[in-house]
Write a protein that binds this ligand. Structure first.
Ligand SMILES: [Zn+2]
Ligand SMILES: [Zn+2]
Length: 350
């Protein structure tokens, strides 16, 4: 295997194309150096990368990223080269990587709370990511994907977040679950809830196409988030739901959700609301009805479960892809998401 850092150290600049956010609300495709590997890192040649809401937040300067940055934290590809301490991968091996790099030695890591690592690095968040021909990742984050297609493997990261969320707030067996927001994440929650013991899953969204898709992926009742839709939902589920999952990240929507939780049930706050947003809750209601409000940040060692679920074919992800892009189309696509002009999941394909 040729170690690329050696080539670079010998003075031959190897360049690649990457989408770079150079400043808040400005990104372009630039020719940049291929990442220089540390001894414990591998270089992946990216084959597929998902665009997600977090990328839009990063682009808009609403996340803790610093610029310039190559975003892209949902990806799969092949091993191109490896640092000198890496022996477990072969060039050409098909892999994905957990973008959350934990240090392993801080007090949170020592408590197995790696998603709160004090020295956290996020590939595509705090260090360069996969909207590029190549991305460097530490070897401990890399997972072989076997023959899982690259476009499906790009969903392992978001599915791993969903798996983590439903491990934090597991639907009781036979439960009724309401998923609010039927974007890609909502569709994953719907499918996982059905396989995680829920007897009935309902979906609310404002987009009729998303509701049709939710229905085809196993949601039992798909209703428009309108006064009429909510009225029908209340008629079908007069006691409310054992578990309500927000996948909208809209504070005004989240605020309405405790009312849908049945006594003893839980609200999983999964969608990413703006950092400084506020909502009001009725503390008496939480007290009187034994409600639980649960957060779920990123993922924690749930890549193996997500990979297994995709390999089993039990969770469908191909229908969640609204469009496939090449690198040149990323600038206008992220700008359109930021402007609110675009919905659905986009996949960058090399
Ligand atoms: Zn994401
Ligand atoms: Zn740590």
């Amino acid at each position: 295997m040729v170690a690329r850092q050696e080539i670079q150290e010998n003075g031959v600049a190897e360049m690649m194309n990457a989408y770079v956010v150079t400043e808040k609300e400005h990104g372009e495709v630039l020719e940049v150096p291929i990442p220089i590997l540390r001894d414990d890192e591998v270089l992946l040649e990216v084959k597929a990368a998902g665009l997600c809401g977090t990328d839009t937040h990063i682009y808009q300067g609403e996340y803790f990223s610093e610029f310039p940055l190559v975003p892209g934290h949902e990806f799969a590809g092949v091993i191109a080269s490896a640092g000198k301490n890496v022996s477990r991968f072969e060039a050409g091996e098909r892999v994905t990587a957990d973008p959350n790099v934990a240090c392993g030695y801080c007090s949170y890591c020592q408590e197995s709370m790696e998603n709160f690592c004090r020295n956290f690095q996020g590939v595509g968040v705090t260090r360069d990511g996969a909207f590029a021909q190549f991305v460097a990742v530490p070897q401990q984050c890399v997972f072989p994907i076997g023959d899982l297609p690259f476009d499906e493997a790009a969903f392992i990261e978001p599915l791993a977040c969903v798996v983590y969320g439903q491990k934090r707030a597991r639907p009781p067996i036979g439960a009724s679950v309401l998923v609010v927001g039927a974007g890609a994440i909502g569709q994953l929650h719907i499918q996982l809830a059905k396989r995680n013991g829920a007897a009935a899953v309902a979906a609310l969204d404002t987009d009729s196409e998303a509701l049709k898709l939710a229905s085809s992926l196993g949601a039992d009742h798909c209703l428009e988030n309108s006064p009429e839709g909510r009225e029908e939902l209340a008629r079908r589920y007069p006691d409310g739901f054992s578990m309500v999952i927000d996948c909208t990240g809209i504070p005004e929507v989240v605020e309405t959700l405790p009312a849908w939780v049945r006594p003893g049930g839980s609200l999983l706050v999964f969608g990413v609301c703006p950092e400084n947003s506020r909502m009001t809750v009725n503390p008496f209601d939480i007290f009187r009805r034994d409600l639980t409000i649960i957060g779920s940040f990123a993922l924690k060692k749930t890549f193996p479960e997500a990979l297994a679920l995709l390999q089993s074919g039990d969770i469908a992800v191909k229908p969640l892809v609204s469009r496939r892009l090449d690198l040149e189309a990323v600038p206008q696509t992220l700008a359109a998401y930021a402007a609110g002009d675009l919905k659905g999941k986009s996949l960058l394909i090399f």
